[in-house]
Unconditional design. Sequence first.
Length: 164
Amino acid sequence: MRVGIITASDKGYAGEREDLSGPKIASIMKEHGYEVADSVILPDEKQMLADEMIRMCDSGIDLILTTGGTGFARRDVTPEATRMVIEKEVNGIPMAILSYSLSITERAMLSRAAAGIRGQTLIINLPGSPKAVEEALLYILPSLKHGLEIMLGLDSECARPSHS
């Protein structure tokens, strides 16, 4: 499956801070058999982020993972950009990440992350820090593959196998 990565960071885009989270996502996804087809760093600009998500969706990317821009800062607009482009919200993914992350730090409650589907592409907002990205991604990856297969019509079985 083809993955696109979008890092939302004014400082990263300006070259004032090294993007560590985007490469962390790429590394984890490659380790789990995904093809990283595209990766970009953009400023915290809602329309630019939305336009890039649409471009990636239209180019046949199956999964877009964003990092950054999900907090309380004035310029944090990644969830708003995501909601501008998705057709179906997928609330369970951010809820699962939040639930898991709260067991690590109470500051996880400050996340405003979103997730949803546009066409045949799933978009998920991940946290901004490399540590939080790794924790969240490793937590959701086992279920994520199944969800993507259903979305893409590769699997229609939703029932869990019985253990008798």
